[in-house]
Write a protein that binds this ligand. Structure first.
Ligand SMILES: NC(=O)c1ccc[n+]([C@@H]2O[C@H](COP(=O)([O-])OP(=O)(O)OC[C@H]3O[C@@H](n4cnc5c(N)ncnc54)[C@H](OP(=O)(O)O)[C@@H]3O)[C@@H](O)[C@H]2O)c1
Length: 277
């Protein structure tokens, strides 16, 4: 039995689809909202909230392998519950910022979760992805309205990753030998800038999408309102304000682990064009 938390997310949904297609079942997927979840029929939908362990820990019974994106809930309790239920293997989604920007708050939190997993006694694989192609969905309402996308650091190219590639690496680590006690830095196949991402979405839509570069100060004002000032600064640093060679590096891990090359951003844009229409 494989238990996928974050089952309705960018990675989790692709992961369950891939596990299902390969007959890797039985499978369980966790959601807080079964009405919206629409998981495949072959997946047992578990309704629960990671913040309330009693709501979902009974579903750990019989589970051999756990997929866990970090920081969705109280990770120490989640990992301890998995261990005491007899889970043998855990695949954790952390972040590349653990190695590129360890001084930032979210990176330090991810490192702490990595340590919990390593010390848990379960066998582990840690995935450290860079920024996701799906982050551009934050522009979806603007693009649907025909307004200009406004973003800072327009010409900083980062090797953005397709979430399905993270899912493919996770599927491999959950079901095949040779990935235990491994930490994988995961990126897309090439750097792509915010301006180029908007161009790729425009090409997928078959129409112009205007783009306006804004200053860090302007971007920070809006982001700080939603996420708080520290998180806003952390995001702005890793998307352009304080990038470093390590964050710019393209890693070939996706291809090495899965045997298939990492998917380019334009593929994600084509697959998700309807969400911008
Ligand atoms: N975006 C990036 O650039 C980036 C970069 C590096 C690492 N990461 C990491 O990637 C992970 C996010 O992955 P993703 O994009 O696949 O997720 P996502 O699309 O943001 O979806 C979040 C998922 O988490 C579930 N969830 C949230 N809170 C929950 C709770 N309290 N109890 C149970 N389930 C809960 C949601 O399920 P329901 O709503 O159905 O309950 C949903 O399936 C995070 O660990 C993040 O730190 C992201």
């Amino acid at each position: 039995m494989i238990f996928v938390t974050g089952a309705t997310g960018n990675i989790g949904r692709a992961l369950l689809g891939e596990l299902d297609a390969r007959g890797a079942g039985p499978l369980r997927g966790l959601t807080r909202d079964p009405a919206r979840a629409a998981l495949p029929d072959t997946v047992e939908t578990i309704v629960g909230d990671l913040a309330t362990p009693g709501s979902w820990t009974p579903a750990l019974e019989g589970v051999r392998a756990l997929f866990l994106p970090s920081r969705l809930g109280p990770d120490a309790e989640i990992i301890a519950a998995a261990r005491s239920a007899g889970v043998e293997r855990v695949v954790l989604v952390s972040s590349i910022t653990v190695q590129t920007h360890p001084h930032l708050g979210p990176a330090a939190e991810n490192l702490a979760v990595e340590r919990l997993v390593k010390d848990s006694g379960m066998s582990w694989t840690i995935l450290r992805p860079t920024q996701f192609a799906s982050n551009t969905l934050m522009w979806a309402a603007t693009i649907r309205a025909g307004d200009p996308v406004r973003a800072p650091y327009a010409d900083t190219g980062l090797p953005t990753i397709h979430p399905a590639d993270i899912a493919s690496v996770a599927r491999t680590a959950l079901t095949e030998p040779g990935h235990q006690e491994q930490t994988y830095a995961l990126t897309g196949p090439e750097p792509i800038t915010a301006r180029q991402q908007v161009e790729a979405i425009a090409a997928a839509l078959g129409r112009q999408v205007p783009f306006t570069e804004i200053s860090r100060t302007e971007a920070r004002a809006g982001m700080a309102e939603v996420f708080g000032p520290e998180a806003a600064d952390a995001v702005l640093d890793v998307t352009g304000g304080a990038v470093n060679d390590e964050l710019l590096t393209v890693h070939d891990t996706v291809e090495r682990v899965t045997g298939s090359p990492a998917r380019p951003f334009h593929q994600w844009a084509e697959e998700n064009a309807a969400r911008f229409r």
